[in-house]
Structures are given as structure tokens and as C-alpha cells.
Design a binder for this molecule. Structure first.
Ligand SMILES: [Zn+2]
Length: 484
């Protein structure tokens, strides 16, 4: 992870946020190379799940939203983290993360515990203990239970090793904002905590302004905000992040939810492994237990990726039933049911939600692509999302005929290849190759003396380092075919 974050900063993927002022915890700025990658990921997702589909439409809802949205969704009450403070070193941590890290690190010792011999506090049953030791998860446990677990195992502070915690307390994650400039007349709104609510509150608008018919989806990519304490795993969890979510609505009396659910699982898997080429061995599905699943959800699975800091959620899939639409119907007093044209019955659709964290996918792709070889660092990023598609080099920078020819090739590729093309004439060719390998550029194009004679160039492949001669007139097609 340290190597990856060093590369992020050195090559312009990700910088710490507000760095010249000493930094602002849990915020990051994306540099020129990282921004291209981030955009390519979003564009590919959008193309796959909105542009190519007849049954999904896109929206961009406002980030600042009415406080009632979040009252209806349950976020103003239920959307919180349980936190503890170390009394000795004052570090503040999420109680669940403190415990889950402890459970991971001490798994073998814990599995040998004879649970029947433990003296348990009233709030913890033997089943509870067996559950969290086996699953290494404490989602869905109450504050009192988290407190009891910390005490039971005398979990030490990871920062100073003291065992001296404050009681577990809940903090709401929504960011309140005050609208209006006159003190006293300001009204309370919130930065959105998830993009999903934008789809629910615009459900009626979308139905009335388009030709969507059940089953159909509403998709959105955008920023969400959560006032969280994080563990500093780069952009894995940040207070401001990009979500790509789809709310897929269907008639529960006509459509089999399990079929739709399984189909989404398949689509998610294909997107990650086939379109993006992530290593299958580093992925796994994990189904949420009854305890950790939201009360309104009938089934939730996470597609998890094996990050340098362990398997963590990358893409969640949840069957949210009709909970959200019903809540908004009640709070807004709008009828959010629709009529099925075939049966004429009025129904509130149910919804299945694939929810992807774009920044997590960014970290997944880089972490999966990073390889150290004998004499180079290389990012084997799928060309479809590589920040730079090709780099163009004149063999020598002081030969005007080479530079002129190379400029022409460079301009031609910029005009005809879908993606960023880079120019580099510094140092020797070998160094230019290494520099491009580090940011995952799939192809380097060199204009040499033969080019001046026969109009062919050398194309060097990032992964194999093999070179081939290609005619300039075939070059754009050669790249575009591989970027499909
Ligand atoms: Zn401490």
C-alpha cells in the first residue's frame, strides 16, 4: 500500500487534500493522470449500464437536498457510526473497525476459545460471540454489544496499546448545510449521503417525462458525503466520494426478484472481470447476514476485492423492496405508485440496487494492475480505462525531420483515438518507456529514421515489451480496435 500511495503522488494519480496547508484528513485531490483514469472508469460504467441499455435512464440530482429527503429515508436517525475514543492518546476510532481489525489479526487464537466457558455480559449471547469470531464482522451489533466486545477481549488501542476506552457513542454521518445568508432565517438542508435517494425522489418525474416501462432502472454517478472516521487506506473510504448507483424497479407480482438479482450479479461480475480485467482470484461474493442487513432489505451481497489491507466491499447489490418509495410517498404525500398497462393494477414497484464506489474501483484497478518486475514498475491497466492510451516519441529530439514527422503522427492520433495521447521527447527511449509503464500507458509509438523512408512506426507493447512495425495509416485503427 505504501508503494502504491508513493506512486500515486509521484506520478499524479492522487494527492493528499489541501496539502499546502498541512492537509485535511480523509480528503484527496486527483492529479492529472488520476483524473483521466477516474473519468474513464465513469464513462465506461455509463456506457455499459446506461448508453447501451434500453431499460435504464440516467439522471443527475442535486447534491444539496431537502432535509425531508433524509428524514424519509431514515438517514437523520439511523445513519450513524459508533465511535470510541482512547482516553490515553485521544485517537478516535470506529468501534466496529477497531473490533473487526482485532478479530482479523487474532483469528487463530480466537477460534480456539471455548465460548461456553466465557463469562458473558447480559447483552452478548454465546451465538453472538460465535458469530463475530467466525464472520469477523460486527455489523448490526448495538452500541452496548460493541462496548461489551471491546471489554470482553480487552482490545488494545492500535495507536498506543492502552486499554482505556470511552463508552461507544453514535455520531450521525450526514453533513448539515445552512441555506440562506441571513442568520436566523437559514434553513437546514443536507449534502446527500447517497445518490440513491435522488432516484427515488425523481421517480415520479422520470415516469411522467419519459417512456420507461417496468422493469426499468434509473442510474446516476455523483458525489456523496459522509462525515466518517477512516483508517487512512488512501481513497478506499473518504468523506467525499463518487458513487455509481442504479435503482432497478420492477413489479414484484410479475417479475421474480431472485432472477433479477442474479442477473445483476452476473452483470457486475462481467463488468469487473471481463470489461476491466480484474483478477478473479482477488474477488469474492459475500452475503450479508440477517444481523448486518438493513431491516428493509431482503437480500444483500457484496462483491469484495482483496485490497492490500484485506477483502473489503467494492460493489454492493441490495434488494431494497418498496421501502424507499413507500417512505417518500408517506412523507411527501405524493402517490408514487404506477399502473401496470397490461394488468391495469396500481403498484409500488420494488427495487434492486447495484451500488458501486467509483473511488474504490479506482483503487481496485490500480492495486490489481501494480506489478514490480526486475527493472521496472508496471501498471497492467486494461487499455479501455488506461489514463493515457498511447505516447508518441521522436527517436531524437534534436533532429528536426524526426520531430516534425512525430508531431504529425501525434496530431493524427489525438484526432482519431478516443482517449488521451501523450508527447514525450525527454531523455532516451528506454527511460521514456519506463515512465509510461509506471502510469499504465499500453502503447508507445516511436518515430525513427525508417519512418522517414517507409511511413511505418515502432509500437511497443507495455505488457510484453515486444515491438512491432505498423504503417502510420493503420495506427489509429490498430489502437481503436483494442479499445472497443
Ligand atoms: Zn491510544
Amino acid at each position: 500500500m505504501e508503494k502504491l500511495t508513493a506512486l500515486f503522488k509521484r506520478r499524479g494519480f492522487v494527492y493528499p487534500g489541501s496539502e499546502i496547508y498541512g492537509g485535511l484528513a480523509n480528503t484527496y485531490d486527483y492529479g492529472p493522470v488520476g483524473t483521466e483514469l477516474l473519468r474513464n472508469i465513469k464513462n465506461l460504467w455509463w456506457k455499459e449500464f446506461v448508453i447501451k441499455r434500453d431499460d435504464i435512464v440516467g439522471i443527475e440530482a442535486s447534491i444539496i437536498s431537502h432535509r425531508k429527503v433524509w428524514e424519509a429515508s431514515g438517514h437523520t436517525v439511523g445513519f450513524s457510526d459508533a465511535l470510541v475514543d482512547c482516553k490515553k492518546c485521544k485517537v478516535r476510532l470506529r468501534a466496529d473497525q477497531l473490533i473487526e481489525d482485532y478479530l482479523e489479526k487474532n483469528a487463530s487464537t480466537l477460534e480456539e476459545i471455548d465460548v461456553t466457558e466465557l463469562v458473558l455480559p447480559e447483552v452478548l449471547s454465546q451465538e453472538d460471540v460465535i458469530h463475530y469470531i467466525q464472520e469477523k464482522k460486527v455489523e448490526g451489533f448495538s452500541e452496548a454489544q460493541l462496548d461489551a466486545i471491546i471489554k470482553l477481549h480487552a482490545i488494545p488501542c492500535p495507536n498506543c496499546t492502552a486499554v482505556d476506552w470511552t463508552p461507544v457513542r453514535r455520531f450521525n454521518l450526514l453533513f448539515p448545510v445552512k441555506l440562506g445568508i441571513v442568520e436566523g432565517e437559514q434553513s437546514l438542508a443536507y449534502l446527500r449521503g447517497e445518490t440513491a435517494q435522488g432516484m427515488f425522489i425523481n421517480f415520479e418525474n422520470v415516469v411522467n417525462s419519459t417512456r420507461v416501462k417496468l422493469p426499468f432502472g434509473i442510474a446516476q454517478i455523483g458525489k456523496s458525503f459522509r462525515n466518517e472516521i477512516t483508517l487512512g487506506n488512501s481513497v478506499f473510504r473518504t468523506i467525499e466520494f463518487d458513487q455509481a448507483e442504479i435503482e432497478y424497479f420492477f413489479n414484484p407480482r410479475k417479475d421474480d426478484w431472485e432472477k433479477i438479482f442474479d442477473n445483476w450479479k452476473k452483470l457486475m461480475w462481467e463488468f469487473i472481470t471481463e470489461r476491466l480485467g480484474v483478477t478473479k482470484e482477488n474477488l469474492r461474493w459475500r452475503e450479508h447476514s440477517d444481523k448486518e442487513r438493513s431491516f428493509y432489505s431482503k437480500k444483500t451481497v457484496d462483491l469484495e476485492y482483496k485490497y492490500p489491507f484485506g477483502f473489503k466491499e467494492l460493489w454492493g447489490l441490495a434488494y431494497r423492496t418498496d421501502y424507499d418509495l413507500k417512505q417518500h410517498a408517506t412523507f411527501s404525500k405524493h402517490d408514487l405508485s404506477i399502473v401496470d398497462p397490461e394488468t391495469n393494477e396500481k403498484i409500488i414497484p420494488h427495487v434492486i440496487e447495484p451500488a458501486l464506489g467509483i473511488n474504490r474501483l479506482f483503487l481496485t484497478l490500480l492495486s490489481d494492475a501494480y506489478i514490480e518486475e526486475k527493472d521496472r514498475i508496471v501498471l497492467r491497466l486494461n487499455p479501455r480505462i488506461a489514463p493515457i492510451k498511447a505516447a508518441v516519441f521522436p527517436l531524437l529530439k534534436n533532429r528536426q525531420d524526426l520531430v516534425e514527422k512525430a508531431r504529425k503522427v501525434y496530431q493524427m492520433l489525438k484526432d482519431s483515438v478516443d482517449g488521451k495521447i501523450l508527447w514525450d521527447d525527454r531523455g532516451n527511449i528506454g527511460k521514456r518507456y519506463l515512465s509510461q509503464d509506471e502510469i499504465g500507458t499500453p502503447w508507445c509509438v516511436t518515430i525513427d529514421f525508417d519512418t522517414l523512408v517507409d511511413d511505418t512506426v515502432t509500437v511497443r507493447d507495455r505488457d510484453t515489451t515486444q515491438q512491432e512495425r505498423i504503417a502510420i495509416q493503420d495506427l489509429a485503427n490498430y489502437f481503436n480496435n483494442k479499445l472497443l
